[in-house]
Design a protein around this ligand. Structure first.
Ligand code: SOE
Length: 392
């Protein structure tokens, strides 16, 4: 921060220096360049187990200091926000300690490895009364924010169908090891689950935000490659994450949903798609064309009826007045900038909570848990039924 800055500093302690650590750091660095805010994130410390790698990261991104033990980081008096961008098995413990030390907490999705950890995290932040936010970044794609506006304005009318898929193909090779650096998403002891917690969690978060609570689900999952060599032990070990997961959903509103995520869809790298069909209209969106919202309005256009492809680059589109001139689009990294901007704006408005809070993210965890239980039992599962408490 420049010595002359009039902004109020918000000192960030980032845990994790992987892909998400980079996405969050970029957001902290860019946000004040484009948004007029009272607060400014200051990159105070990055924490990672490997000091040399953390130091390289700190140097590249401009963090003032390095820690190798998150327990030290969460106690530091010069840190306001603990941002958890480390693998899933660390989230619950770090969040509980950071809450106890009075920090604001940001946590990369999913909250924990399972519902029990997620519930403990919600209890911890609410008991301590600290601000908290989960990084479900796709809500801040301008097209998805506009979709939310259209639904809330009643333009679609009653919603009948919600369909969503998240397709990847990066784990098809049986030679890919599981576990360790960059591959912890394949190790269930670290990740919790496979594509259900990693990819479907995004689809579920967006779905419940746009179309309301999911009441019950019927799911199936599959693990196509049953054994992989573990990167850390070198041994061939059983794979216990779900490689693919699909479920039917009944929304509390009466709408029907279909959801699918896989890392075995050859040719797709990160194709997140959604479509909503309502009585008066439909909307569709996909991540490969993230700057377009497809919209069909049922009306009296006669022979000219059809889907509109809205190019989300005008000043009256959500967030877009902060970026370039009409016609010039933005991308993936901007969704994280928007989430930080919303959080910082909320700090200047007493009572405003930047969403999703941990409690809101817990609603996603409940559906993830119900999906995994349904796949295991072969039965429909009620999403609200299961509760864990601190006694578990
Ligand atoms: C997995 O490949 C992954 O990076 C997820 O972990 C992210 O949450 C998703 O946005 C993109 O895919």
């Amino acid at each position: 921060m420049s010595a002359t800055s009039s902004k109020r500093p918000l000192r960030i302690g980032l845990v994790g220096y992987g892909f998400m650590g980079r996405a969050h750091s970029n957001a902290y660095k860019r946000v004040n360049d484009f948004f007029d805010l009272e607060y400014r994130p200051v990159l105070e410390a990055v924490c990672g187990r490997d000091r040399a790698r953390a130091a390289v990261f700190a140097d590249q991104w401009g963090f003032a200091s390095v820690e190798t033990n998150w327990k030290v980081l969460v106690e530091r008096a010069d840190i306001d926000v603990v941002d958890i961008a480390s693998p899933n098995d660390t989230h619950a413990e770090i969040a509980a300690a950071a809450a106890a030390s009075g920090k604001t907490i940001f946590c990369e999705k999913p909250l924990g490895r399972n519902l029990r950890e997620a519930e403990h995290m919600v209890e911890a932040v609410e008991r301590a009364g600290v601000r908290n936010m989960a990084w479900y970044n796709y809500r801040r794609v301008p097209a998805i924010t506009l979709a939310k506006r259209l639904v809330d304005e009643g333009r679609l009318g009653r919603i009948f169908h919600y369909r969503s898929t998240f397709l990847q193909d990066w784990t098809i090779s049986a030679d890919l090891p599981q576990g360790g650096q960059a591959l912890w998403r394949l190790d269930s002891s670290v990740a919790g689950s496979g594509v259900t917690g990693d990819l479907l969690a995004h689809c579920i978060d967006t779905a419940q935000w746009l179309a309301g609570p999911i009441g019950s689900v019927s799911a199936m999952t599959e693990t196509f490659i049953k054994e992989r060599r573990h990167q850390q032990t070198g041994k061939l070990e059983p794979v216990s994450i779900d490689d693919a997961s699909a479920f039917l959903a009944r929304f509390e509103s009466g709408a029907l949903g279909t959801f699918e995520a896989t890392r075995y869809a050859r040719g797709h790298k990160a194709l997140y798609r959604l479509e909503i069909n309502g009585e008066n209209g439909s909307i569709a969106w996909d991540l490969e064309d993230l700057h377009r919202l497809q919209y069909f309005a049922h009306g009296n256009e006669g022979a000219l009826r059809g889907w509109r492809s809205i190019h989300m680059t005008a000043g009256d589109h959500p967030y877009m007045q902060h970026w370039w001139v009409p016609g010039l689009q933005i991308g993936y990294e901007h969704t994280f900038v928007h989430q930080v901007a919303d959080f910082l704006a909320g700090l200047s408005c007493p009572g405003a909570a930047a969403v999703p809070t941990f409690r809101e993210a817990l609603a996603t965890e409940r559906v993830v848990d119900a999906v995994l239980r349904s796949a295991e039992t072969g039965r429909w599962q009620d999403c609200a039924a299961r509760r864990y408490t601190s006694a578990d």
